[in-house]
Design a protein around this ligand. Structure first.
Ligand code: G6P
Length: 612
């Protein structure tokens, strides 16, 4: 949700900013802009993708060695050249880029108007840069003091970078509830929303904490202070990410690369945590709290989007394998409905990015009520990872396609490990089932790879149904959340309306929609309630619906009934989601490609939703 990049050093800033914006484009892509500081601040902004900005700025002076860039996901004001960032102050001395929302911007704007400020954009961000200008003018403050004073008046979430024509050897970053990472090179510094635009220059980063300001000066280097001006010792982390991880590596899209990475990413998630030869599972992140988690009366899992679907699978897994009651909450609802929480509760938050505003707020809320908060996160060092008491990374590597794929299977793998660990501790798993689960999990990556053999078939199937306006996804048990996820994937990237339903619920409404134009994707890989799902398929067929069944190779009955089928290997029922979701990811990918959609950057969406 908006990407920020800034540079100060001895190299020309321009190529670093443009390349950085390309890396950050997955965060927002309705417009982009850069500001370069020499004797004055020059701002260039363009509606559309970063490439449009790059073409527009090809001939401008690329020599300045300090600058900032922004790629936008609109909140206040439509996507156009004027609303794009950076925004200048009224006197054009300052420039700002911002990720987040200034909630009280309209009252601040009114007050500033009365002081003579005029505004050119519809954004909340422009108000903030005028406020900083006003602080400088009224109280003759240094840039950092003016930023500090202005932020005291601001309500909302933000990561910002500001620079000042009058102070050309300095750049300032500040954050509250939105991420900001400082890259520390040799006499050069980077400020960015995440590490992806930084790692080709340095692997040393400082994660700015909430309510901290980074003051980067060519002479004095990096200084970090709190909003109350207390000096903090910046902690330098060495990040383990290589450039290959953020390239498409020969695939047409990041999403396709990420789908095909899943045999490795699932294995990476289990590495050091599962040993099939010796027959054990452990989760380092849980060790300190294992008794508290295993003996809790209930676990609440809060998440958004695809992570919420993983949470639903987590509910099935933990209740079945560990016999602990689980409630699943949309983080956005949970945080605002005054939930009943106390120190006996265990709250698990799941987030790929570790930055989703609602999930972060849910974690903060749970923590403030004394609950134990456990994070399941992909992005190392992210806000949720740092806020929670304990947690486990899913170790999938950067996920860049906006539609989540490998993070979903990573989260489900992690939840499976967690359920097995808790089940073993609680004595709710027989020894033989414990070992069976471990042995089967160990071969899941191979079974995922086997699904890829159907890729061409899925592509053909996609071409058959790509013109449809609607689709229905049905599943039972562990495959019900998979149906939700399949429908979400299709909606997100192909803009076809799709619904996921528990198969039996079809009769309570969606059946009215079924006719010969409705594809119904039935996920039928579970053995329990098999006869029931066969009946559901018959009900669809009786109404001329087009049935696409996801089945196991030995299932001849559904194969004969379905219009189309895709096979996945059979496995233990709790592990079925890890296989049955793969053809659905591929199906939505191929449908989107055949409809000419922008798979990696679907309209209106953003990878990381850092606003409420
Ligand atoms: C956005 C993304 C989804 C993601 C959701 C939650 O909507 O487009 O792919 O599932 O946010 O994100 P998180 O990073 O918290 O898992």
């Amino acid at each position: 949700m908006c990407g920020i990049i800034a540079y100060i050093g001895s190299k020309p800033a321009y190529p670093i900013l443009i390349e950085g914006l390309r890396r950050l484009e997955y965060r927002g892509y309705d417009s982009a802009g850069i500001a370069l500081l020499d004797n004055e601040i020059n701002i260039y902004k363009k509606k559309g993708k970063v490439q449009e900005l790059a073409d527009f700025t090809e001939k401008v002076d690329h020599s300045p060695t300090i600058g900032m860039g922004h790629t936008r996901w609109a909140t206040h004001g439509k996507p156009d050249d004027v609303n794009a960032h950076p925004h200048p102050s009224g006197n054009h001395d300052l420039a700002i880029i911002h990720n987040g929302i200034i909630e009280n911007y309209s009252s601040l704007k009114e007050a500033l108007k009365k002081l003579g400020h005029t505004f050119t954009s519809e954004t909340d961000t422009e108000v903030l840069v005028h406020l900083i200008e006003e602080m400088q003018k009224r109280e003759h403050l240094s840039l950092e003091s003016a930023v500090r004073q202005a932020l005291k008046k601001v309500v909302g979430a933000y990561a910002i970078v500001v620079m000042d024509r009058k102070d050309p050897n300095k750049i300032i970053g500040a954050r509250k509830s939105s991420p900001l990472v400082i890259g520390v090179g040799d006499d050069e510094y980077f400020i960015a929303s995440d590490a992806s635009p930084i790692i080709q220059y340095t692997n040393k980063v400082v994660y700015l904490n909430d309510e901290e300001i980074a003051i980067i000066d060519r002479k004095n280097g990096l200084e970090v202070t709190t909003f109350h001006n207390e000096v903090q010792e910046p902690v330098i982390h060495e990040i383990d990410m290589d450039i290959e991880q953020i390239e498409k590596s020969g695939f047409d899209h990041f999403m396709l690369k990420e789908i095909f990475q899943q045999p490795e990413t699932i294995a990476d998630c289990m590495r050091g945590r599962l040993n099939a030869v010796d027959g054990w599972v452990k989760l380092g992140g849980m060790q300190e709290y294992i008794n508290r988690i295993a003996s809790t009366k209930r676990i609440i899992i809060a998440a958004c989007g695809t992570s919420w679907h993983s949470a639903l699978i987590g509910e099935y897994l933990i209740e079945e394998l560990a016999r602990i009651p689980v409630e699943v909450e949309y983080a956005s609802e949970f945080r605002y409905r005054n939930p009943i929480l106390d120190s006996h509760d265990v709250v698990i938050v799941i987030s790929q990015s570790g930055e989703t505003a609602d999930t972060l707020a849910a974690a903060e809320l749970a923590k403030s009520h004394g609950a134990l908060v456990y994070g399941i996160v992909n992005v190392v060092g992210s806000s949720i990872a740092r806020l929670t008491h304990a947690g486990s990374y899913i170790h999938c590597g950067p996920e860049i396609g906006v539609a989540s794929t490998k993070a979903f299977t990573g989260q489900v793998t992690l939840l499976t490990l967690m359920a097995i660990v808790l089940g073993e501790r609680n004595g709710s798993l027989t020894t033989s089932y414990y070992h069976e689960l471990i042995a089967e999990l160990a071969v899941i990556p191979n079974k995922v790879a086997k699904v890829f053999e159907s890729n061409e078939k899925i592509k053909y199937l996609a071409s058959e149904i790509q013109q449809r306006q609607n689709a229905l996804y049905l599943g039972r048990g562990y495959n019900f959340p998979v149906a939700l996820e399949g429908a979400l994937k299709l909606k997100e990237i192909s803009y076809i309306h799709a619904e996921g339903y528990p198969a039996a619920e079809m009769k309570h409404g969606p059946i009215a929609l079924i006719d010969e134009s409705m594809p119904v994707i039935v996920i039928a890989t579970n053995k329990s309630a098999y006869e029931k799902i066969v009946s559901n398929i018959q009900e669809v067929k009786a109404r001329k619906g087009v049935v696409i069944a996801i089945i196991t190779p030995e299932d001849h009955e559904i194969r004969n009934m379905a219009d189309y089928y895709i096979e996945v290997q059979s496995t233990l029922e709790p592990l079925t989601p890890l296989l049955s979701v793969i053809p659905l990811q591929l199906l939505s990918y191929h449908i989107a490609v055949s409809r000419g959609c922008d798979v990696d950057q679907p309209r209106n969406l953003a990878k990381s939703v850092t606003v409420e």
